[in-house]
Design a protein around this ligand. Structure first.
Ligand code: MD6
Ligand code: FE
Length: 217
């Protein structure tokens, strides 16, 4: 299958693309709260600024990130894990704003995961040219909870792979305000992001920002 299959003009309004038994892309789902998300992310970044964490192998991650919520995802020489305190400041991560947790809960319910209450929101920022290589998300304690992923700013191509790293990956364009929810049988799918194309977004500038909501603890 090719990306072109999905790369249609679906506006106006929303549509959904089923990616698996436990995974769905909700096009434009975050649009009603997009301006509020921009304000809230700006406030979070004032408290817990963007940083480039070190990989366990000692390289600098090209994606910049920060967190909000009771737990934040960090990477360093000791590995990947969730911690309650921002290692850069020694302070707790900024609290998860209500507009963010409501969006995550609504999207999860829309995808069939009622009652999702995230305790962690990882916020990734991709400058043009930045990519995220194929990986699985398995640092969360409870792999039964889904993950809700909100794309903001510049568009990018999402790689939606299989259960093994070598499985062929589907290329799915993700645009501003798109939300992907996945859990269940699809929770451990390999996934990644191709290098983000150059561009300028009216609200977010030359960046793609991705929020992933998890139940980490
Ligand atoms: C991104 N997202 O879209 C990277 N992981 O920028 C992820 O790595 C991711 O979107 C788990 C669940 C949803 C995701
Ligand atoms: Fe991931």
């Amino acid at each position: 299958m090719t990306a072109d299959l999905f790369d249609t003009d679906e506006s106006p309004g929303e549509s959904r693309l089923v990616l698996g038994t436990g995974a769905v892309l909700l096009r434009g789902f975050a649009r009603p709260v997009a301006a509020a998300l921009h304000e809230q992310v700006a406030a979070i970044v004032r408290q817990a600024p963007w940083r480039h964490m070190a990989t366990p192998g000692g390289r600098r991650m090209s994606v910049a990130n920060t967190n909000c919520g009771a737990l934040g995802w960090v990477s360093d020489a000791r590995g990947y894990r969730y911690v309650p305190v921002d290692p850069s400041s020694g302070e707790p991560w900024p609290t998860l704003p209500a507009v963010l947790s409501a969006l995550a809960g609504d999207a999860a319910a829309e995808a069939g995961f009622a009652g999702f209450v995230p305790d962690a929101c990882l916020i990734n920022r991709y400058a043009p040219g930045t990519r995220l290589s194929l990986h699985q998300d398995r640092d969360e304690r409870d792999l039964h909870a889904p993950i809700v992923s909100v794309s903001l700013g510049l568009s990018a191509t999402f790689l939606w792979g299989g259960m093994s790293r070598g499985d062929r990956a589907l290329r799915v364009p993700l645009h501003h305000a798109d939300v992907v929810v996945w859990g269940g049988e699809d929770r451990l799918r390999f996934h990644g992001v191709l290098p983000v194309p150059q561009g300028e977004h009216a609200e977010w500038g030359a960046a793609r920002v991705n929020l992933t909501f998890r139940k980490a603890g």
